[in-house]
Design a protein around this ligand. Structure first.
Ligand SMILES: [Zn+2]
Length: 408
C-alpha cells in the first residue's frame, strides 16, 4: 500500500480519497455517527476513551454493549459471536476495550508485516511475535512458503517460552522493549530484524538491545487501538498515513509535544474517528533520508495521562514525561533503569536499581528537583527508593502519574 505513495502530494491525495469513502459510507453504519453526513472530518466530534466507553454500543455495527464485552473478557474468552474482543493493558478499571472482526485483525497483521518486512515476496522470514492481544488468538504457528510466524504469549512470561524461542531461531522478532531487553541480555539469539512495539522505546533500552543483538532496533507505534507507524530501514519512525488520518493537538505543558487524533480507515466494525490517543509525540521537521513521504516522528515521549501535575506558588504546573526522564538519565550515565511516580501534588517517588550507590540517588534527586523548579513547581518532596521490578504482565511506564484527578 505504502509503496505507491512516493510524494507528499500522493499521501494527501490518498488521504482525501480514503476519508471521502470513510465519511460517506463507513461511519454511517454506526448510530453514533448516523447524523454526520456532510463529509467533513473536522465536523465530527473529538472522542476519547471515556466517550467511547460511555457510548460503546453506539460505536460498533453490531450494537455490542460494553457489558457484553466485559463479561466475555472476565470469563477469559476473546470471542463474542463473530467478533474478537480485547482490552488495553492498563491497570485501572478504565481500560480501553474494542471489538474487531477477523478480517480487520488480519488486515492489521498484514499491514504491519508489509511495513516491517517489505522483502517478504522475495525472502523467506521466520517471525517471532510477542505482543499483547496475540495470545490465545493465534496459539498455533502460521506458516506459508515465504513466511513462518510463531506467537509467544506475553502473559506467561519470557522464561516459559525462552527455550522454544531459541530453538525456533527467528530472523525477525517483534516484542515490547522490556522483552527484547531481557532476550538481548540473555544472549543466544541472532535476529536480523528487531522490532519494538506496544510500549515506548526508551533510549536506555534501545542501547542495551542493540548492543546485545548487534542490530538496529526499529520501533513500531501501535496500540490496542491500531497500528500507527513503523520505523524505516534508517531507524526513523514513519506514521502509517496510508491507513490512518492524523490530526494533532498541542500537549498541555509543552510547546514541542503533540497528541494525535486518529481516524483509522481499516476499521469498520468499531468506528475510530478523531479518537484522541494518550501519547505524546515530537514530530520531525525534516524529511527522512529513506525518501518516504510519510511523516517522520522524532520520538514518542510517553503518555498524556503521565504528565505530572505539581504544586507551585500559583495554580498546578504541568511537567511532561520527557522533562522528568531527561533529568533522571542525564544526572548519571550509570543509570540503566528508573521509575519516577507522582504520588501526590507535592510528592514524587524516585526508584533506581539496587546496584547504584545511595549517593547517586541523591544526585539524581537533586537534578530532578532542579528540573521541576525550572518548570515552576515548588516544595516537591522526592522520596528515594532502591530496587526496581519489571512488570511483564502490563505496560512498563517509567514516568507515571498515579495521583488524580485526570488531566482535562
Ligand atoms: Zn525513513
Amino acid at each position: 500500500m505504502a509503496r505507491t505513495l512516493r510524494t507528499g502530494e500522493d499521501v494527501l491525495r490518498w488521504r482525501r480519497l480514503r476519508l471521502k469513502h470513510f465519511l460517506s459510507r463507513t461511519i454511517q453504519r454506526v448510530p453514533f455517527y448516523a447524523s454526520y453526513a456532510d463529509g467533513e472530518l473536522g465536523n465530527l466530534p473529538i472522542v476519547d476513551k471515556a466517550i467511547l466507553l460511555a457510548n460503546f454500543e453506539r460505536f460498533n455495527t453490531m450494537g455490542t454493549t460494553l457489558e457484553e464485552v466485559r463479561a466475555v473478557l472476565d470469563s477469559g474468552e476473546e470471542r463474542l459471536g463473530k467478533l474478537i474482543v480485547g482490552q488495553s493493558t492498563g491497570t485501572s478499571g478504565n481500560r480501553g476495550v474494542f471489538v474487531i472482526s477477523d478480517v480487520e485483525r488480519f488486515t492489521w497483521l498484514g499491514v504491519m508485516l508489509a511495513k516491517t518486512l517489505p522483502d517478504i515476496p522475495w525472502v523467506r522470514h521466520k517471525v517471532a511475535l510477542a505482543l499483547p492481544g496475540y495470545n490465545q488468538l493465534y496459539a498455533s504457528a502460521e506458516e506459508t512458503r515465504r513466511l513462518a510466524i510463531r506467537f509467544f504469549d506475553l502473559s506467561l512470561g519470557v522464561e516459559s517460552w525462552r527455550d522454544e524461542l531459541l530453538a525456533y531461531a527467528p530472523d525477525t522478532i517483534v516484542a515490547p522493549p522490556k522483552v527484547l531487553r531481557t532476550l538481548a541480555e540473555a544472549g543466544g539469539l541472532q535476529p536480523r530484524n528487531v522490532f519494538s512495539g506496544a510500549e515506548v522505546l526508551d533510549p536506555l533500552d534501545r542501547a542495551i538491545i542493540e548492543a546485545g543483538f548487534g542490530e538496529r532496533v526499529r520501533e513500531i507505534y501501535m496500540a490496542t487501538e491500531g497500528l500507527f507507524g513503523v520505523a524505516c530501514s534508517h531507524g526513523v519512525l514513519h506514521l502509517a498515513e496510508d491507513v490512518v488520518a492524523f490530526e494533532w493537538e498541542p500537549s498541555p505543558g509543552s510547546s514541542g509535544l503533540f497528541t494525535p487524533l486518529v481516524t483509522d480507515f481499516t476499521r469498520s466494525t468499531q468506528i475510530m474517528a478523531r479518537y484522541r490517543m494518550n501519547d505524546l509525540l515530537k514530530l520531525s521537521s525534516v524529511p527522512c533520508a529513506c525518501g518516504s513521504p510519510l511523516q517522520a516522528v522524532a520520538c514518542i515521549e510517553g503518555r498524556r495521562d503521565d504528565i505530572f501535575l505539581l504544586r507551585s506558588e500559583g495554580p498546578l504546573v504541568m511537567v511532561t514525561p520527557d522533562v522528568i526522564r531527561n533529568a533522571v538519565v542525564d544526572a548519571d550515565r550509570r543509570i540503566q533503569d528508573f521509575r519516577v511516580i507522582q504520588m501526590g501534588y507535592d510528592l514524587i517517588e524516585l526508584s533506581l536499581t539496587a546496584d547504584l550507590a545511595p549517593q547517586i540517588g541523591e544526585v539524581v534527586a537533586a537534578n530532578l528537583r532542579r528540573a521541576l523548579c525550572e518548570a515552576g513547581a515548588a516544595d516537591i518532596e522526592i522520596r528515594l527508593k532502591s530496587g526496581i521490578t519489571i512488570p511483564m504482565d502490563r505496560k512498563l511506564r517509567r514516568v507515571q502519574r498515579q495521583c488524580r484527578p485526570e488531566l482535562t
